[in-house]
Design a protein around this ligand. Structure first.
Ligand code: SF4
Ligand code: SF4
Length: 135
């Protein structure tokens, strides 16, 4: 299905929020795709980082917040160190996650984790998982 983009559909407030939260200027992205090539998680991403950046530039808030890419990002910073425009894409991904969590949407519910998994998983993995995935 074709997506219609016009001045009316572009959410400028959303773009501003992403820029503020990430301390980056997403308009700097010129769509080279280097980030996706460097990303160790790209094989499992249905929407690659380059496309996310374009969607962010177009202020496509609802579509972006529905996508899994931000959650699949491992915050490894490989994109950040390779971006020819110096964009810290890992921070942009973090900003996308924050905007979902600020709607009180948890990606995992700690109370629903199986007791056996809680016993066996390293505590540090649990804590970092909760930090990233819960509001
Ligand atoms: S590497 Fe940088 S400039 Fe290239 S697509 Fe990714 S974010 Fe944009
Ligand atoms: S920080 Fe996220 S998007 Fe960037 S290379 Fe690592 S996993 Fe991929």
């Amino acid at each position: 299905m074709a997506i219609e983009i016009s001045e009316k559909t572009i959410k400028h407030e959303f773009i501003e929020k992403i820029n503020q939260l990430s301390a980056q200027d997403i308009s700097m992205c010129f769509q080279c795709g280097t980030c996706g090539g460097a990303c160790p998680m790209s094989a499992r991403m249905a929407t690659l980082p380059r496309k996310i950046m374009r969607m962010l530039q177009l202020g496509m808030e609802e579509r972006i917040l529905e996508l899994e890419t931000g959650w699949e990002c491992a915050s490894c910073h490989a994109c950040t160190v390779n971006c020819p425009r110096g964009i810290d894409l890992a921070r942009v991904m973090e900003a996308v996650r924050l905007l979902v969590l600020r709607k009180n949407i948890n990606k995992i519910e700690p109370s629903r984790l199986p007791a056996a998994a809680v016993r066996e998983l390293p505590q540090i993995a649990l804590v970092s998982g909760f930090r990233k995935l819960t509001s």
